[in-house]
Write a protein that binds this ligand. Structure first.
Ligand SMILES: C[S@@+](CC[C@H](N)C(=O)[O-])C[C@H]1O[C@@H](n2cnc3c(N)ncnc32)[C@H](O)[C@@H]1O
Length: 407
């Protein structure tokens, strides 16, 4: 028996139905999903002129200490001209609109560099009357400037596809402690409920302390990911799940599809799965797929991206059992790259190849909580050719199938 490297374009976990992650240009063809998404969130490059990286931890020691991470180039936020950037954005926004159901919504996340141009562009594509909100996401992180007011907010443009828009603000009540309206007169009614009153324009307004309060269009209560946040993947520009959770809850129902065409580390997909929604997450950068794949390993997803043909060395044993085979990973060597051996493995899965599709049955990945990579996985005895998929520290995915030795 020997492991032979092979290529497949589709990888299925569980029944694969919770969502799909793929490598695709946001300007590409998304026609199979047209008219299906309840919400599309997009966090494209902001026209910063900078390069962004995935800071990949390596091996057990690297995951334990956080030291010596590889800085792998993820994407360049550099465009020939503003026109070139806006042409890319236009195609992506047109794709987003086509993805939406009639009651769907789009959220386009930008900063002050491109927001004004994007607003006009989106007005043209969605129609001015379908503009819903300019959400200001205000945060404290980042440096301070003495030359101007420090730039401490992003802009999220919110458009609906039509007047039939679905929107449920009651799904995102704010915690009560933040709702105190201290400038108002505090009273208690005969049932013992505390309320506040204020007079304005000859009217008296009454607000009960235990009434739910909902966010306005300035979101200052969602913080950027801190250095040590357990959500952090090492992918520059990763957004917090709390931000996506608010968007997804308001703009979709459980079971609906949430899409993201610039998915980066997969925050939209991960949050959609946690909120019981399905997801479609795509990004141009294969490295981002490796990060999103790891965050979603326990989710019933489909991964649509070809595994690499460039060869790498794999040594693994398969030991037949009664209901399961034990598969032990012994050695791995990518063709290039300084990191070799099992330290070079970031994630691995065992499963079966059937009709050119890899069905993953068991997975292992290095994480902050589990820096050591299990080298033994159990493969249930099912129909198909046993196969091993490795995603390495360079973000490269390769697949091997088990082949009988020629007699
Ligand atoms: C700001 S990041 C998204 C971060 C993401 N929201 C997260 O939480 O990790 C922008 C992403 O857009 C991707 N990108 C840039 N140009 C693209 C294009 N034309 N099509 C698809 N993705 C693109 C980059 O690879 C990058 O992952």
């Amino acid at each position: 028996m020997r492991w032979v490297q092979t290529v497949c374009c589709r990888e299925i976990h569980g029944d694969g139905k919770s969502g799909e992650i793929l490598v695709r240009d946001a300007r590409g063809d998304f026609s199979p999903w047209h008219g299906q998404a309840a919400c599309v969130y997009m966090d494209p490059p902001f026209m910063t002129g900078e390069d962004f990286y995935l800071h990949m931890r390596v091996g057990e020691a690297g995951w334990e200490t956080g030291k010596d991470a590889l800085a792998l180039p993820a994407y360049r936020d550099k465009y020939e001209s503003r026109e070139a950037y806006l042409a890319m954005l236009r195609d992506a926004v047109e794709n987003a609109r086509a993805l939406l159901r009639e009651d769907g919504s789009m959220f386009l996340h930008l900063d002050s560099r491109a927001a004004a141009h994007a607003r006009l562009l989106c007005d043209g594509i969605f129609g001015e009357s379908n503009f819903v909100n300019e959400i200001i996401w205000a945060y404290q992180s980042g440096g301070r400037s003495m030359k101007r007011f420090s730039r401490k907010h992003d802009v999220i443009l919110f458009y609906r596809k039509s007047r039939r828009q679905y929107f449920d603000i009651t799904s995102v009540p704010l915690p009560r402690s933040e709702n105190r309206q201290n400038h108002m007169r505090k009273c208690v009614d005969e049932d013992g409920r505390t309320y506040r009153t204020i007079q304005s324009g000859g009217k008296t307004y009454t607000y009960y302390d235990d009434d739910p309060v909902y966010p306005g269009d300035v979101w200052a209560d969602v913080s950027h990911l801190q250095q040590k946040d357990p959500q952090r993947t090492g992918y520059d520009t990763q957004k917090p799940q709390a931000l996506l959770s608010r968007i997804i809850r308001c703009a979709s129902r459980p079971g609906d599809l949430a899409a993201d065409l610039f998915s980066g580390s997969g925050t939209t997909a991960v949050t959609a799965a946690l909120e019981g929604r399905r997801f479609l997450a795509s990004d141009l950068c294969p490295l981002s797929l490796a990060v999103a794949r790891k965050r979603l390993l326990d989710t019933a997803m489909t991964v649509s991206a070809p595994t690499l043909e460039t060869p790498a060395f794999l040594s693994a044993q398969i030991i037949p059992g009664i209901a399961y085979h034990d598969v032990r990973l012994l050695d791995y060597a990518p063709e290039t790259g300084a990191v070799q051996g099992l330290d070079a493995v970031d994630q691995w899965s065992v499963g079966f190849l059937r009709d050119g599709v890899f069905y993953a049955q068991a997975n292992a990945a290095r994480r902050k909580q589990t820096p050591a990579l299990p080298s033994l996985l159990q493969l249930p005895q099912l129909r198909g050719t046993p196969a091993i998929l490795i995603s390495d520290v360079y973000g490269e995915r390769r697949l091997w199938r088990l082949e009988e030795d020629e007699k």
